[in-house]
Ligand binder design. Structure first.
Ligand SMILES: NC(=O)c1ccc[n+]([C@@H]2O[C@H](COP(=O)([O-])OP(=O)(O)OC[C@H]3O[C@@H](n4cnc5c(N)ncnc54)[C@H](OP(=O)(O)O)[C@@H]3O)[C@@H](O)[C@H]2O)c1
Length: 292
């Protein structure tokens, strides 16, 4: 692997709703908070430095949510990066709350989403949020009602583009009847392919797919990864990211970390080019695991 240049630019570009264009390797800001995605980071200066380093590495897309901390992740982004450089896209989310460490509760009611968008605007010091994602459909609330609220906020100019997270194809189709939907964020990696059909659907509809937990892999996956990583003088995490980048041109991975060293390693994955054979070997891991 060529270690000379470390830049998210090497992953190429992706368009969001034909309105914004970002490098196809972003940064997930969930891990910057305290343990259990709760409270402030242990080392605030280090968290701010990670965000600033991400920009130096030409990361143009940062994913966050009001519930990370709660509020902490958005506040850190503003503290580290405001005034934001041209071309940086911050995507936040609402509709899933964090009442305590490792606890999540739904609230995607129209009233809550309106309030959540106001809160994110304030914390991020923005007049308009570039990408606002419904964090997860709320089983107690009509999905249409949640999406209609985001469409309304978009019409009011508080949101530029609408995205979804933790959804099925049916949700995407229902959302598309209400508002242009530019991104879908679901759990996905080469070893974790429940949402393959959603990736394919997004590709055919020009919707960005943002895989969360992109570095997740089990032990069996590790054995295959290690061999390929050695061949590229890369790390297993870099190979996992390279697989995602090759999987589809609409893939926009957002590996998250609280460490500058890991950030640099993850961004350097943009330069790792897997062969067809390596790509297929990794793609076969879920079947390999199932056969054991
Ligand atoms: N929509 C949703 O429901 C949802 C859910 C979860 C996450 N997300 C988003 O997706 C982003 C990524 O997901 P994720 O944080 O769950 O998973 P991830 O990025 O796959 O993994 C993050 C974990 O891996 C470690 N790590 C990162 N880079 C590494 C490296 N190069 N070497 C070794 N360890 C490394 C991090 O620890 P260190 O800090 O020690 O590096 C952290 O514990 C989040 O930041 C968030 O923005 C969305």
């Amino acid at each position: 692997m060529n270690n000379n240049e470390v830049s998210a630019r090497l992953a190429g570009e992706i368009s969001l709703g034909n309105q914004l264009s970002v490098h196809r390797l972003g940064f997930g800001a969930m891990r910057l908070t305290g343990e259990g995605i709760w409270g402030p980071p242990k080392d605030r200066k280090a968290a701010l430095a990670v965000l600033r380093r991400a920009l130096e590495l030409e990361v143009k897309f940062i994913d966050t949510a009001d519930s990370y901390g709660p509020h902490v992740s958005e506040e850190l982004i503003a503290e580290a990066l405001f005034p934001y450089p041209k071309g940086l896209v911050i995507a936040t989310k609402g509709g899933w709350n964090r009442p305590g460490p490792n606890q999540w509760t739904h609230d995607a009611t129209p009233a809550h989403l309106r309030e959540a968008v106001e809160g994110s605007l304030k914390r991020l010091r923005l007049d308009r949020i570039d990408v606002y994602q419904l964090h997860i459909p709320d089983p107690q609330v009509s999905f249409e009602a949640s999406v209609e609220t985001l469409a309304e906020l978009r019409n009011q100019g508080k949101i530029r583009l609408v995205g979804l997270s933790n959804v099925t194809r049916e949700h995407i189709e229902r959302a598309l009847n209400i508002v242009p939907t530019v991104s879908v964020q679901n759990r996905y990696s080469f070893a974790d392919r429940e949402w393959d059909y959603v990736v394919d659907y997004c590709e055919s509809h020009g919707i960005a797919f943002i895989p969360w937990f992109p570095l997740g892999a089990g032990r069996a996956a590790g054995e295959v990864l290690d061999k390929i990583a050695q061949a590229h003088q890369a790390t297993p995490k870099q190979v996992a990211l390279a697989w995602l980048l090759r999987r589809s041109p609409i893939m926009l991975p957002i590996p998250g970390t609280s460490s500058i060293e890991h950030l640099e390693e993850n961004v350097a994955a943009a330069a790792v080019q897997l062969s067809e054979e390596e790509y297929e070997r990794l793609a076969g891991v879920p079947e390999l695991v199932a056969s054991r």
